[in-house]
Structure formats: C-alpha cells, structure tokens
Ligand binder design. Structure first.
Ligand code: FES
Length: 171
C-alpha cells in the first residue's frame, strides 16, 4: 500500500483566516440555557462565535471564572441568568446582580474595554433576546478587536503577561 504524503509549502498552505472574536457565554441551566436552546429550536440565526458554558445558576458564576475565560483566550464574556424573582435557587441571581458590576469595575481597572463584558437576564422563553444579544456582543467585540490578554498584562507590568490569575486567584 502506498501512502501519499501531503507536503505543505508556502504556495499550497491555506490562506490565513481572518480574526474572529471568541465569546464565552456562561448561562444558567434553568432559564438562559433553555433560552439559547429555544433560539436554536426556532432556528434563529446568531453568530457561531459563542461557546456556551452551562452552570446550574448564575449565582455559581464566580468572578474568577470570568477572569479565567479572558486570561485563557476569550475576547468577550457574556453572563446570563434568570430574571430577578425567577431564580430556581431563590436568590442566586441576587448574588449575580451584586457581583457583576464589581467584575465590570475590575475589568475596567485591568484596561479591558466594557464592550467585552455583558451581563443580561434571559428567560427560557427569550430565545429571540438571546440571539440578539449574541449578535450584539459579537459585533461590539469585533469593533474593539482581539483582546491579547498577555500583551495587556505586560503593558500594565503584571506578571510578565504570563500569569493567568494576576488578580490573585488560584492557579
Ligand atoms: S437558576 Fe437561573 S439564575 Fe439561578
């Protein structure tokens, strides 16, 4: 059996792909994830730039998770949970409501554009809202460009740009 080896030369190499934003969306299981599912079932179109991480409740979304997502290559992060009063764990989203403005302020301190971080309530019935939100976030992150976390951290003199947790979280 003969094997044909494919050799990639500069002439045969595929052209470099244009940069596309990578968005991480943390969605609570009971409302927002179902809302995203609803968007899919209704065949609503939204960009494929979003990677969804399902958590049981938005109250589970520790600020460290958001910072880690940025440090590990996300250009934008979305946090979605049930509307206030609808959380299946009663007060989980009250924690979210208290934490997210703090996260936004810390990100600002790190020099990260506000367009890169969005927090919204999305119910199970709001597939259209979810699709619209993904379109909006993808577009606004596209406008501000790639994040380049190591470069940003180097600029600010933090950990030579290599620290994934320059804010002091666990490695
Ligand atoms: S279960 Fe959705 S925010 Fe708590």
């Amino acid at each position: 059996m003969s094997e044909v080896e494919q050799v990639t030369t500069p002439e045969t190499a595929p052209p470099p792909q244009p940069w596309e934003p990578r968005i991480i969306a943390f969605l609570c299981y009971w409302c927002s994830y179902t809302g995203a599912d609803n968007a899919g079932t209704a065949r609503l179109k939204y960009p494929a730039n979003v990677d969804i991480i399902r958590v049981m409740c938005s109250g589970r979304i520790d600020p460290d998770l958001i910072m880690s997502a940025f440090a590990r290559g996300a250009d934008g992060v979305m946090v979605c949970g049930c509307h206030i009063g609808d959380c299946h764990y009663i007060a989980g989203n009250h924690k979210t409501m208290a934490r997210m403005p703090m996260v936004a302020r810390v990100l600002q301190d790190f020099g990260i554009e506000p367009e890169r971080f969005v927090h919204e309530w999305v119910s199970a019935a709001e597939g259209e809202k979810f699709a619209r939100l993904v379109r909006q976030v993808t577009e606004q992150v596209r406008q501000v460009g790639p994040l380049d976390w190591p470069g940003r951290m180097r600029q600010r003199g933090v950990g030579h740009g290599q620290d994934l947790h320059p804010w002091g979280g666990a490695a």
